[in-house]
Design a protein around this ligand. Structure first.
Ligand SMILES: *Cc1c(COP(=O)(O)O)cnc(C)c1O
Length: 287
């Protein structure tokens, strides 16, 4: 793969550079591509099966499904019981992952934690477990490849931004690029929670700055402000996801002044099902 390109957009009169990791592949894009990099480079004969678990519209789930399809690996994905709505829905990450061959297993709410722990026992050498959100220990290697691309492309900026879920991408990126300042915001939980998640992986370097959103947002809920910034960004020429990108863009506009290289973290494939929820919640939003 050659380096993902860098585009320019103007938002509220400010110019931003965007590293287009969203363009890498329709399904295997953004930071999930970076996090799965080592597995993607693994010869297919070395493995037979990937096991993972988590949310039923997860971007990681879809990326893993696309990888397993390419590699001809079995993919077992465990979740809590599905809503009837999602089962019938023929669009979105869940439907796409099924088409790519994902085998979905629902576990009763009460048994979920214990069953996920059990998955790790008695694994054979050709099976790999990927923790929720695509958290694999080797994620650092893929993020280092991203860092190398940025150095090669040498954009005219000293500041980078990318949104956080587990914080894996932002953390390893900041570690790999000490000469840049890296901004991020939490999308799941608050700043404290994000710091704890990061510290479990690595000491937080001083060039990583976690911006605190002005108000609290719950993960994966529709918010009018999110839709507004999503639309503005779309008008400026690039589509971003509706779960992670909006609160970072809001924080960047409100709390920063520098010229920024924003690393597109992907996730655009999830917008179709999110937009459906937006149109149900807000009358003025139509599909
Ligand atoms: C998974 C994901 C993130 C969060 O990445 P982490 O490495 O877990 O912080 C951000 N943006 C998008 C679009 C994602 O799918």
């Amino acid at each position: 793969m050659k380096n993902s390109p860098i585009s320019k957009i103007t938002l509220e009169g400010r110019e931003f550079l965007i590293k287009r990791d969203d363009l890498i592949d329709p399904y295997l894009a953004g930071n999930k591509y970076r996090k799965l990099y080592t597995l993607l480079k693994t010869p297919k004969e070395q493995l037979t099966k990937i096991i993972s678990y988590g949310g039923t519209q997860s971007n990681a789930m879809l990326a893993i499904a696309a990888m397993c399809k390419k590699k001809e690996w079995e993919f077992l994905y465990y979740t809590k019981p599905l809503s009837g709505f999602l089962k019938e829905q023929k669009r979105g990450n869940y439907a796409d992952a099924l088409v790519l061959g994902m085998q979905h297993i629902e576990i009763e709410e009460e048994l979920y934690r214990e069953s996920i722990t059990q998955l790790r026992l008695n694994l054979d050498a050709t099976t790999v477990i990927i923790d929720q959100g695509g958290a694999v220990a080797s994620a650092e290697i893929g993020v280092n490849v991203l860092a190398t691309e940025i150095r090669e492309q040498n954009p005219d900026v000293k500041v980078i931004a990318t949104p956080s879920g587990t914080g894996t991408t932002a953390l390893f990126l900041a570690c790999a690029l000490p000469e840049y300042k890296v901004y991020t915001t939490p999308s799941i939980g608050d700043v404290m929670y994000l710091k704890e998640q990061m510290q479990a992986l690595h000491e937080i370097p001083s060039n990583l700055i976690i911006l605190e959103p002005k108000r609290k947002f719950h993960f994966a809920k529709p918010y009018r402000e999110f839709y507004e910034i999503y639309k503005k960004l779309q008008k400026s020429g690039v589509e971003f996801d509706l779960l992670y990108a909006p609160s970072l863009w809001m924080a960047l506009l409100e709390q920063t002044k520098e010229k920024i290289l924003y690393i597109h973290s992907g996730g655009v494939s999830g917008n179709e099902s999110m937009l459906e929820r937006y149109s149900k919640k807000f009358q003025e939003i139509s599909l």
